[in-house]
Design a protein around this ligand. Sequence first.
Ligand code: SF4
Length: 316
Amino acid sequence: MSARAAAKRAERDAAVKAALDVVRAREDLRARRGNDPVEFVHRHRAREDRELVALVAASCAFGNVKAIRLKLAELLDRVGPRPARAADDPEALAKRLAGFKHRVFRGEDLAKLLIGARRVQRSAGSLGGAFERELARVDREDPEAEPEARVREALASFCDRIRAEGGLPKTGEADPSGRRGPAHLLSDARAGSGAKRLLLFLRWMIRPADGIDLGMWRVPAQRLLVPVDVHIHKLARNLGLTRRRDLSWKTSVEITRALARLDPEDPTRYDFSLCHMGMVQRCPSRPDAARCEGCGVRPVCVHWKDRRGRNTVLTA
Ligand code: SF4
């Protein structure tokens, strides 16, 4: 990259960062938490309960957020106030969750997830301990691999272990029942999917505690990748952080690397406020004076021109 291009990119990065800082400062994060699945995690005090609730809540987090929260409330009510204790009694837990359904998941699938995760907790001390060890192993065994690829492998191995302990089908294999739910519960990061729900779980557990994320695991926040859903993808394209059109792992890597230029220590720090930016639901992805009014990132949106009349598209 030429010195001129580097200077232009630095200028653009500074402008994007300033806009994102304004968006973050404007949001009442604690108030927003009440509309987010992570709120269920904050209802618990014990570390083992928080880890299990976070894993279940993130695994169920796709589709309409209101529906997700309603279903999580029902599920966690059935599980009871101490999810770790409940998961120590597989038969009783299976009975409590019998008949529960959320999209392709049934109560029996979620019982297996909780039981598997609880067994990993008991043998490793915590889910955080299990993940930290997997990451240290992959870092040691494959130091030449890209850092994000090492996180992906550690995450995939971590999920393999939960699947095996809980009786869920192995990664890439179908469940004997023929249903999609058991296989879909923990995504297969090795297959190149964006693994949005797993990356969300990692963000909750790893990012420093800020009233949303909980900072429970001893993994540096710089190892996190952005969980990319359709809204974050749209915004990332509009901010020039990526031009990729899919929700794949590669897209998550590209967006994360662009955000790491703004905050190398904590590239996912803007994720929650961007997700909850009111504008995101009705963003037209084109200049539309009425619909873009009040959008916090309009000063750096690639669909609007800068003061010199240039298109502000930035190649990430
Ligand atoms: S300015 Fe308009 S097009 Fe750009 S991100 Fe905001 S709402 Fe979307």
